[in-house]
Design a protein around this ligand. Structure first.
Ligand code: SAH
Ligand code: SF4
Length: 350
């Protein structure tokens, strides 16, 4: 498939698929999921072409002060071997991926109180330096103060990823130890204000949620005018209070991806590792439903094994080269190809 001109698309020119009105999209979501998925796929290809952008993911700390009810890294889970990567380990991993052409990195972790602003800032500037300023650095370290986000932005961070998890305030507070959803949204607004490219998103199928919650989540993504949206199926972890809950179907996560793609045609959307863990073809299903990004793990396998947000996480042993080989075959089966470039946020100028 020919690459459309992204610049043209960003100017609102060119032939991307016309947007449908909201009520019709919701009807398709409820009644004709296959049509919604086909539409989302067409919207995605008309704007992003056949590119699947690669973001190298490094899980820099699994220490977390929070006790989110869904997450295997929650502080009450004493069975986790906790680690924090030092700058040398981070740089070694980033450099290897950079040398193979990767230009976009995500540094993720728990809300690790020991990772003070100056330490994270030092990591960010070291990564920017080691990649000669040519790579984009995204952080995903949860809620921090505005001053902290500013310090990290000043150190060179380009992007921030932080899901709102659910748009239902009651569910949010009950799963996040009483934290209010407004606090998370306020933090997202701070990030936007400070000039970060902004990523957020949600899990599908959290206990008590309905299709209406998924629809409200999708509309919240548009309201927040996100540059990136990550959607993953909830997978119950045995060492959490949600052990024994049902978890999400792949179909729901796929449909949610399609709805968000139709609402936010320009956003970058990963086919998430959680989708690939729930269903062997989960990521392919997301690339065929509007996703245009993949985030392979570039850390060592020992680290990956200690970063189990949910059980059954895939790709724990594969090294980086094997991962890239496997992924290029997987995207090719969807009529797409890997693209290692920085791929900045794409916004339609109005
Ligand atoms: N501490 C940061 C980032 C790490 S958690 C934060 O919370 O924002 C990254 C994401 O993993 C979370 O946003 C959540 O959506 C997802 N996650 C956690 N537990 C999960 C589970 N059991 N199933 C699926 N996704 C999960
Ligand atoms: Fe910590 Fe994030 Fe897991 Fe919550 S979801 S326990 S903040 S790592």
């Amino acid at each position: 498939m020919a690459m459309p001109s992204l610049e043209k698309a960003a100017r609102g020119e060119g032939s991307f698929v016309a947007e449908k009105d909201d009520a019709e999209l919701v009807r398709l979501f409820r009644e004709e999921p296959d049509s919604l998925i086909a539409l989302a796929d067409a919207v995605c290809r008309s704007i992003h072409g056949d590119a699947v952008y690669v973001r190298g993911l490094l899980e820099i700390t699994n220490r977390c002060a929070r006790d989110c009810a869904y997450c295997g890294l929650r502080s009450s889970n004493r069975g986790v071997h906790r680690y924090r990567m030092d700058v040398d380990e981070i740089l070694e991993r980033v450099k290897r991926a950079f040398d193979s052409g990767m230009r976009s990195f995500v540094l993720q972790g728990g809300e690790d109180g020991y990772l003070k602003d100056d330490e994270v800032a030092a990591i960010v500037s070291a990564v920017k330096g080691a990649t000669r300023g040519e790579a984009a650095v995204a952080l995903s370290l949860g809620v921090r103060t505005r001053a902290s986000y500013k310090a990290l932005r000043d150190a060179g961070a380009d992007r921030y990823l932080m899901r709102f998890e659910t748009s239902d305030p009651t569910t949010y507070a009950s799963l996040k130890g009483g934290e209010r959803l407004e606090r998370r949204i306020e933090a997202l607004m701070d990030l936007r204000d400070l000039g970060y490219e902004l990523g957020s998103g949600f899990m599908t199928g959290l206990p008590g949620e309905t299709e209406d919650t998924v629809i409200a989540n999708a509309f919240l993504c548009r309201e927040l005018d996100l540059d990136m949206v990550g959607i993953g199926p909830f997978i119950p972890h045995p060492e959490t209070p949600l052990n024994g809950e049902q978890g999400s179907s792949m179909e729901l996560a796929e449909r949610a991806t399609a709805l968000v793609r139709c609402l936010l045609p320009f956003a970058h959307m990963p086919a998430t590792t959680a989708a690939g863990s729930l269903d062997p073809r989960g990521r392919e299903r997301m690339w065929m439903a509007g996703a245009n990004v993949v985030m392979p793990n570039i850390g060592g396998s020992d680290r990956r094994k200690d970063y189990l947000l949910y059980p059954g996480k895939i790709c724990l042993d594969e090294d980086f080269t094997t991962c890239m080989g496997c992924l290029s075959l997987r995207v090719a089966a969807c009529g797409k190809r890997l693209d290692l470039s920085k791929a900045p946020a794409l916004r339609r100028k109005t």
